[in-house]
Design a protein around this ligand. Structure first.
Ligand code: F6R
Length: 609
């Protein structure tokens, strides 16, 4: 996700102090490395967050303008050399960037041929070099920046500066948010309004394809084709904390609202849709070894464990590999039988969960190939596994994992294509899954757009002391996930259960005040789910159903309430079904007066056993 902040003003010489204070309010966007540049004082970069940067920046870090960055790594480890700002070879152009430049390898190759030397592994570094190259010909910073931006493919939010015109900063947006702050004799660029608000409430939100120039006196905006465009000025009345949450009441809600973008980021550059293939760069090195793998053991905790359970269905059905899913906390206390033909696949948002990490270490000790699906680049699990796939979901602040869970399921689907195509999955099938994956962001958005109806449902049921969640096949783990989210955020009894297991115990709990959430997607087990719902209704239990839009309506006649989600293929339905369940748990908790971002007794990263 990364945080960008840039300043130009004619008020004094403390750009350094202004930039450091601004970065602090962006820390929720990324914190694995940080950096700052002013033309007068040069650049300072460090692994770690703003506190680390502050220690390194001298008191007298003068400047009337400058750019700064907090990184959430995507390309390259979170080291000093990969931290932003990045500069051109001649040290004249400096850039901070949020996003992913997809064609950076081609561009880098072309620049290397022209003699450019790169110091980092970051995709961003190619941009100042490209501008430098264009500046040789155009002799005009704005024209050179525009020409360079026109060569990029991918997503970016950018701020850049040229030592030759230190007052002038250029910002650009394609997919990653950029906002300008319009002050009196000073102007700002940032990833969101939070660092701008202490200085001015007047902001301009750039749109995709916009390139803006700011100076202390004013701003101008062009499109990538150089045509002028004007964007409305907005007066922001959020406080800094509201700004960090993008105007949402809680990080959890903001993170759920980011899900469509997160799925796009997770998929970006990884689907070769017309060939029905998945390209997972992090697995390239072990691709040959993976062909010989006979068994996968997924290790994870909590919500990530439930993602693993969905992954088990996906990988067994579509890649034909035997999969077992183990709780990280149990794995090493058994005597797991592993060998070189076993892959131990850890799933972890933080990459620091100790039980998952110890399971990876146990796998290593016993000679297994270790893999990770991890969100936090450079985290311990990411470092200690032999290979892996990053989620690119951005930092998750809400303690309950939401957008990272959805992203984990998307990576597992990509892995099913990747391994499936190694083992006989047809091109046709690969193409079908790829097509459905690409359609997910819009479908998730359509569910999020109906969030007020889920809120109304949470209000209706908020008096309930218990909740049962049932599902079958791919959706059984989603029933577990729905129950976990509700209990951890609202402190009521909630239980997830395979619908077929109900008759072996849980149905005894059902009466007229014990509601059930039934996941009744139109899939291979739909008829069986209808029977289970009948059994609950026969005992007067109220039922809320999650059903498929445009499919059978029998479920509607059976239950008290229905939430419809768009149709997709069976293996991807859990991704869509998780969204209303997360929303429900969020609104239920809020309705009870709790803070869904900080459930009691829980921590975001569980680093003790
Ligand atoms: C529940 C939740 C947790 C985490 C679990 C693993 O909403 O978020 O159950 O999923 O603590 O954390 P990571 O994924 O960081 O290993």
């Amino acid at each position: 996700m990364c945080g960008i902040f840039a300043y130009t003003g004619n008020k004094g010489k403390d750009a350094g102090g202004i930039l450091l204070d601004g970065l602090l309010s962006l820390e929720y966007r990324g914190y694995d490395s940080a950096g700052i540049f002013t033309p007068e004082s040069g650049s300072i970069k460090t692994p770690g967050a703003v506190a680390e940067l502050r220690k390194k920046v001298p008191k007298e870090f003068a400047g009337k303008s400058g750019i700064a960055h907090l990184r959430w790594a995507t390309h390259g480890e979170p080291t000093e050399k990969n931290a932003h700002p990045h500069s051109s070879g001649d040290g004249e152009i400096w850039v901070v960037h949020n996003g992913i430049i997809e064609n950076f390898k081609e561009l880098k190759h072309g620049l290397e041929k022209k003699g450019h030397v790169f110091l980092s592994d970051s995709d961003t570094e190619i941009l100042p070099h490209l501008v430098e190259e264009h500046l040789k010909h155009t002799k005009d910073f704005e024209k050179a920046a525009l020409a360079a931006l026109n060569e990029l493919r991918g997503t970016y939010g950018i701020a850049m500066q040229y030592k030759g015109e230190p007052d002038k900063l250029i910002a650009a947006r394609m997919g990653s948010p950029i906002v300008l702050g319009l002050g009196n004799g000073e102007h700002f660029i940032a990833s969101d309004p939070s660092p701008i608000l202490p200085h001015t409430k007047q902001v301009v939100f750039l749109e995709d394809g916009d390139v803006a120039v700011i100076t202390p006196e004013g701003h101008g905006i062009k499109k990538l084709d150089s045509s002028n465009v004007s964007r409305a000025t907005t007066e922001i009345d959020w406080n800094a904390e509201e700004a960090q949450k993008g105007g949402h009441e809680h990080f959890m809600l903001k993170e759920m609202m980011e899900m469509p973008e997160v799925v796009e980021n997770t998929l970006r550059g990884r689907l070769i849709a017309d060939k029905g293939l998945a390209k997972l760069g992090g697995l390239e090195e072990v691709a040959k070894q993976l062909e010989g793998i006979e068994r996968i053991i997924i290790v994870a905790c909590g919500t990530a464990y439930y993602a693993g359970l969905v992954g088990e269905y996906m990988l067994e059905e579509h890649a034909g590999i035997p999969v077992e899913v183990e709780l990280g906390s149990e794995f090493r206390y058994r005597s797991p039988v592993l060998n070189q033909r076993t892959a131990v696949l850890a799933i972890s948002q933080s990459g620091e969960t100790i039980d998952t990490l110890e399971a990876v270490r146990e796998g290593k000790r016993k000679g297994a190939l270790t893999l990770g699906i991890v969100n936090t680049v450079g985290s311990t699990i990411a470092r200690e596994t032999d290979a892996g796939v990053y989620n690119h979901a951005g930092p998750e602040i809400g303690v309950a994992s939401t957008k990272a869970f959805v992203s984990q399921l998307v990576v597992l689907a990509l892995l099913a294509i990747f391994l499936g195509r190694q083992r006989g999955m047809s091109e046709k099938q690969g193409k079908e899954i790829a097509k459905e994956l690409k359609a997910l962001p819009k479908k998730i958005q359509s569910i999020l757009d109906k969030h007020t109806s889920v809120e109304a449902l949470a209000k209706k049921y908020v008096g309930s002391r218990d909740f049962l969640f049932i599902g079958r096949k791919y959706n059984m783990p989603i029933a577990y996930e729905g129950a976990l989210k509700l209990k951890e955020l609202s402190y009521i009894h909630a239980e997830g259960c395979g619908a077929g297991e109900m008759k072996h115990g849980p149905i005894a709990m059902i009466d007229e005040v014990f509601p059930t959430f039934a996941i009744a997607s139109a899939d291979a087990v739909y008829e069986k789910m209808l029977s289970n719902i009948h059994e609950i209704r026969a005992r007067k239990g109220p039922v809320v159903a999650l059903a498929t839009e445009g499919a059978d309506t029998r479920v509607e006649e059976l239950v008290q309430d229905v939430i419809y989600v768009p149709k997709t293929i069976e293996m991807l339905a859990p991704i869509l079904n998780a969204v209303p369940l997360h929303l429900f748990a969020y609104y239920f908790s809020r309705e009870k007066g709790y803070n869904p971002d900080r459930p009691r007794n829980l921590a975001k990263s569980v680093t003790v056993e």
